[in-house]
Ligand binder design. Structure first.
Ligand code: PAF
Length: 294
């Protein structure tokens, strides 16, 4: 595996690979890799000749007072983790090369970026789409892989790829969960022991909603209230949002129908750590358990 730091070097590699007719699979990350990322890499491996993983903690997707400074960074550990996983290139550009002093170009997917997490994290998705567009331009992959865990992010990037005619196929992979249901996230390491056990409340709330949906409840407001109740019963938890939305438009759904998929999405503070999770009602389970747990 080669670690690539410079953008022109990554572009040259990508140019050569495309010339050779190799299919490039790309997994963009911010590092602090866990089994969720590794599942994306495994999927990339099955679909591509060459796998590129990027690690870049993108400053412009963090708001003021968010965790940019304390976001976990350990390139050596991440590199070790992916070496045996069939990754060919680890692309870890530096901040000044990605955003030179006079940087002034941004990508914004309107409307979708203002909903759900966009309400409490203004500017976040503009930062995400800008960096992802830049990374796609640098790596020029045939396939890119994202996790369903960041459900809204996946919807927004899918829209950006379509709207801007990006020549990359996007693959969204299932959420990977610990054995108690907590969705894997780099931010889980912020949780102390009590918070870690309280954090299962997101999965429990989603399951409550799913259960009501499967029992035939059609009123979104009732399902949302029941999910909120589960979260409110957990003293360490504070709700940011609980929503039932259309999985493509992210518009609120008010009445659930049997043959229409709905994304239940939650954002909850556990102590000072904000966690998100989601579940699609009306389709087979969209998650797998971490291989470490099995
Ligand atoms: O999901 C993430 O880790 C980040 O938002 C991404 C897509 C790598 C962009 O910085």
């Amino acid at each position: 595996m080669e670690i690539v730091n410079r953008i022109p070097r990554m572009q040259a590699i990508s140019r050569r690979l495309r010339k050779e007719g190799k299919k490039i699979g790309f997994v963009p990350t911010m590092g602090a890799l866990h089994e969720g990322h590794l599942s994306l890499i495994s999927r990339a491996r099955t679909m591509s000749d060459v796998v590129v993983v990027s690690i870049f903690v993108n400053p412009i997707q963090f708001g003021k007072g968010e965790d940019f400074d304390k976001y976990p960074r350990d390139l050596a550990k991440d590199a070790e983790l992916v070496t045996d996983r069939g990754v060919d290139y680890l692309f870890a550009p530096n901040r000044d090369e990605v955003y030179p002093k006079d940087y002034s170009t941004y990508v914004l997917v309107e409307d979708l970026s203002d909903k759900l997490c966009g309400l409490s994290r203004p500017g976040h998705f503009r930062g995400v789409t800008t960096v992802v567009m830049k990374l796609l331009n640098i790596v020029r992959p045939n396939f890119c892989f994202f996790g369903q865990k960041d459900g809204q992010q996946a919807v927004i990037i899918k829209r950006m790829i379509r709207d801007l005619c990006v020549d990359t196929e996007m693959v969204v992979c299932p959420i990977v969960r610990d054995s108690d249901g907590l969705a894997l996230s780099s931010r889980n390491i912020y949780l102390n022991k009590e918070e870690r056990s309280a954090a299962t409340v997101l999965f429990r709330a989603l399951n409550k909603g799913k259960q009501l949906f499967e029992e035939g409840e059609t009123e979104a407001a009732r399902i949302i209230a029941a999910m909120q109740q589960v979260i409110e019963a957990e003293p360490l938890a504070r709700i940011d949002y609980v929503a039932l939305v259309d999985p493509e438009t992210l518009e609120d759904v008010y009445v659930l129908e049997e043959d229409r998929k709905v994304m239940a999405a939650v954002a909850v503070y556990i102590g000072s750590t904000r966690l998100i999770d989601n579940m699609i009602f009306g389709e087979k389970p969209t998650f797998t358990y971490s291989e470490e747990d099995l």
